[in-house]
Design a protein around this ligand. Structure first.
Ligand SMILES: *[C@@H]1O[C@H](CO)[C@@H](O)[C@H](O)[C@H]1NC(C)=O
Ligand SMILES: *[C@@H]1O[C@H](CO)[C@@H](O)[C@H](O)[C@H]1NC(C)=O
Ligand SMILES: *[C@@H]1O[C@H](CO)[C@@H](O)[C@H](O)[C@H]1NC(C)=O
Ligand SMILES: *[C@@H]1O[C@H](CO)[C@@H](O)[C@H](O)[C@H]1NC(C)=O
Ligand SMILES: *[C@@H]1O[C@H](CO)[C@@H](O)[C@H](O)[C@H]1NC(C)=O
Length: 709
């Protein structure tokens, strides 16, 4: 008996030694990472099928069609063996109930009653489901009637009103006609209100969305441009998350603030507004007399009439009635558990809800999310396991005000705050050619690295990186201070390192009924190879963050960005009593801390043979935690003055343009105020804000260094 066992053990040991010696080495992480972007794993057919299925019907947040789309995402993720569930919220969404717009013209022209409808073209395969598209409206617009002479306010920016004021134009009691294209539409309405307007119409000018307005430019379906009847729908809400549950999750039966309190928050408009087409805007602007706005910037494209500012003589009656409904929204969450550090999360997020069909915005991103999930499933079948946990999030009600992501972040705030390594957002994955990226700066280097590993979908003899830098010699990197997509809660509320990726950025049929599969197939990405590239870039960034033993964060880039922003402050003609010294000092400490942790990181990489592996395990974890938590240190419990949901003191939206990304937003707000009132106290509050920013930067340095004071 004993003899037999011993013999069989010997055989087992011998076979093991034999196999250990002769088997090819186990595939390592880099092997899987290069496999991830290979042709054998990419599948443009499958991406195209996902997009086709997701966009067969319009699927606005809160609709049955969007719940069906959620079920599709859930079952697709589940079919890739990803544990998935739905996280629902009950949120206050608004829908249009009735709208009317009548223009009274000087005699003898008869009044015009606009149909406010987007036209269906001959042979449109989506003609039938188009009847399910909600009438054109602004989400959270104020219900009411505004009757008054029209004033043309250009792009509706603060500087446009400064020009009108300088020209002596009387805006009070007027209905403002403004055009889309430069700032967030909610701020167009807010700026008009602040100037005394009683209602706002926002049109899509052919100059901006129609190829410059030249007659030879063809519109959809013959060309990519917005048709004359096309309307950009969208939200005019200025906050993030359900307006009735500021700072806490909208679970069923939760506490809600009253409509009056919502109005007091300053985030919802106090005057009615409607989005209108170029065709309707053109009819209206022809009835506006008065002077010409100062500068060419006030004129239309080729073939358009001379734009004058008014007021009147054209008078409009704008009437809008909306209804607010507590609607159930569904985030889909899928999880691949990490093998070694399951309690560290890398999150990929994209929203699903669309104003209409949403082929570009957002389901090009959803199709890519599913492609990334499928490729990771294939990697798992070949033996790969992520070191850290990978989480797929498919958000709902982003269009209304980043609601699905914000409610989820508010609900899971503590878990996320202690465990998320990074959040990677893709909203519009593809609107055309050309890679675009924005990130918190410690991720810059990683994005550059990954862009060098992926082939340019529009020119196979170069990489995405080559085409990215071709015009500027430097990769153009945006920052995440704006409120444009679902990264906002992650960066601006809880301080998670984040990135946002896209191909083609802006596209002409944005938020209109023409954003459908036909447009994508004809103009956005005929071969679906740009989608393949986005999936490669997005997935590879996630794989590096999930698998690299030491997190690929470089805080040197952050220090450089902080320095740049501080330099910009020097040019802001500050009052002599204000000093930037505390800020500059904190940034130079931060730079030293970044160098120190980079050196530690290098030393760990060099010392790491298989012998020291066990010893280093907790050291690696500790270093990674410092890299992960340094971003959190930029947040402040009290948040920005007067905008306390925004906790991050380095990045937040501009006060007058929610799309605009500001560095040091608190300092910026204070300077603006001080410049307009010029009191000692107002300049002291600029100094206070400078101190506050300096203090969070010092916190971040201490976090990187990792020693108690
Ligand atoms: C501005 O126009 C409104 C009506 O549109 C009128 O009631 C008001 O008196 C005007 N203000 C001035 C200063 O002309
Ligand atoms: C404006 O239009 C609304 C809706 O059609 C109508 O009820 C209202 O009487 C109109 N107001 C004026 C002053 O014409
Ligand atoms: C494709 O990339 C190569 C290498 O960068 C470049 O020489 C060539 O001009 C590019 N082709 C086009 C059509 O842009
Ligand atoms: C996928 O890419 C191949 C090669 O570029 C192309 O021939 C095919 O038409 C594409 N499929 C779809 C659905 O676009
Ligand atoms: C602001 O006030 C100070 C004195 O309190 C004065 O010297 C300065 O000229 C003022 N600046 C502006 C722009 O009005």
């Amino acid at each position: 008996m004993f003899f037999k066992v011993a013999i069989s053990s010997l055989i087992t040991i011998a076979t093991s030694i034999y196999f250990l010696y002769y088997l090819p080495p186990f595939p390592h992480k880099p092997y899987y990472h290069s496999l991830f972007t290979s042709d054998s794993l990419s599948d443009n057919e499958s991406i195209s099928n996902h997009l086709y299925t997701l966009t067969r019907r319009p699927h606005i947040a809160g609709s049955e069609a969007n719940a069906e789309a959620a079920a599709y995402v859930l079952s697709t993720l589940s079919s890739y063996s990803i544990q998935s569930h739905i996280a629902s919220y009950h949120t206050a969404l608004t829908y249009p109930e009735s709208r009317s717009l009548v223009l009274t013209r000087p005699s003898p022209d008869p009044p015009v009653r606009f149909s406010l409808e987007q036209e269906i073209y001959e042979g449109d395969p989506y003609a039938e489901p188009a009847s399910q598209v909600e009438p054109t409206f602004h989400a959270y617009a104020k219900s009411g009637t505004a009757v008054g002479p029209v004033v043309f306010a250009n792009y509706g920016r603060v500087e446009d009103y400064a020009v009108l004021k300088q020209m002596g134009v009387n805006i009070s009691g007027s209905v403002v006609l403004a055009r889309y294209g430069k700032i967030y539409r909610g701020d167009i309405v807010e700026n008009a209100y602040a100037a005394g307007a009683i209602g706002v119409l926002i049109f899509t000018d052919r100059k901006d969305y129609g190829g410059g307005g030249a007659a030879e430019e063809k519109w959809f379906p013959d060309g990519k441009w917005m048709p004359p009847s096309g309307v950009q729908v969208g939200s005019v809400y200025g906050g993030a998350g359900d307006p009735t549950t500021p700072g806490w999750p909208s679970s069923e039966g939760c506490e809600r603030i009253s409509d009056e309190e919502v109005e007091k928050s300053g985030d919802v408009p106090l005057i009615p507004s409607l989005p209108i087409s170029w065709a309707d805007g053109d009819v209206i602007i022809r009835t506006v007399g008065g002077e010409v706005g100062i500068g060419d910037d006030w004129q239309g494209g080729k073939d358009s009439p001379v734009y004058r500012v008014g007021p009147g003589p054209g008078v409009v009656n704008l009437t809008y009635k909306g209804k607010q409904v507590i609607s159930k929204i569904d985030n889909v969450v899928g999880i691949i558990e990490g093998a070694e550090e399951p309690d560290r999360f890398v999150i990929l997020g994209n929203h699903r809800d669309a104003w209409t069909f949403g082929a570009v915005d957002p389901n090009s991103g959803t199709a890519c999310l599913l492609e990334v999930a499928e490729r990771m499933y294939k990697l798992q079948k070949k033996g790969w396991k992520p070191r850290r946990t990978i989480v797929f999030c498919n958000w709902d009600a982003e269009e209304y005000g980043l609601i699905g992501s914000t409610e989820w972040v508010e609900e899971n705030r503590n878990m996320l705050g202690s465990k998320v390594v990074a959040y990677l957002n893709v909203d519009v994955a593809v609107g055309g050619p050309g890679f675009e990226a924005s990130a918190t700066p410690q991720l810059d280097g990683l994005l550059v690295h990954v862009a060098k590993l992926v082939t340019d979908p529009d020119n196979s003899s170069q990489t995405v990186y080559d085409s990215w830098v071709s015009s500027t010699n430097n990769p153009k990197m945006g920052r995440l201070g704006g409120g444009g997509s679902d990264y906002a809660a992650f960066v601006q509320h809880i301080g998670v390192p984040s990135a946002d990726l896209s191909f083609g950025g802006g596209y002409p049929v944005y938020h209109s009924m023409y954003d459908d599969f036909t447009w994508m197939k004809k103009f956005g990405d005929p071969m679906f190879q740009r989608h393949v590239a986005v999936a490669s870039l997005w997935g590879l960034v996630a794989l590096k963050l999930a698998d690299d033993e030491l997190l690929p964060f470089n805080y040197h880039s952050y220090a450089l960005e902080l320095q740049k922003s501080a330099e910009e402050l020097k040019d802001r003609a500050l009052n002599k009593v204000v000093t930037l010294v505390p800020l500059l000092k904190s940034i130079s400490e931060f730079e030293k801390a970044a160098t120190k942790i980079n050196d530690e990181r290098e030393a760990l990489i060099e010392s790491k043979g298989w012998k020291s592996m066990w010893k280093d395990g907790h050291k690696i974890r500790e270093l990674n935690d410092r890299l992960m938590m340094a971003e959190r240190a930029f947040t402040d419990r009290e948040g920005l003055s007067g905008r306390s949901w925004y906790k991050h003191l380095i990045y937040a939206p501009s006060k007058h343009d929610d799309y605009g990304s500001k560095s040091f937003p608190g300092i910026d707000d204070a300077i603006e105020k001080a410049k307009s009132i010029n009191t000692t106290e107002s300049w002291r509050s600029v100094q206070h804000e400078i101190w506050r920013v300096a203090r969070v930067i010092t916190q971040a340095s201490l976090c990187l260094v990792g020693k108690l004071t």
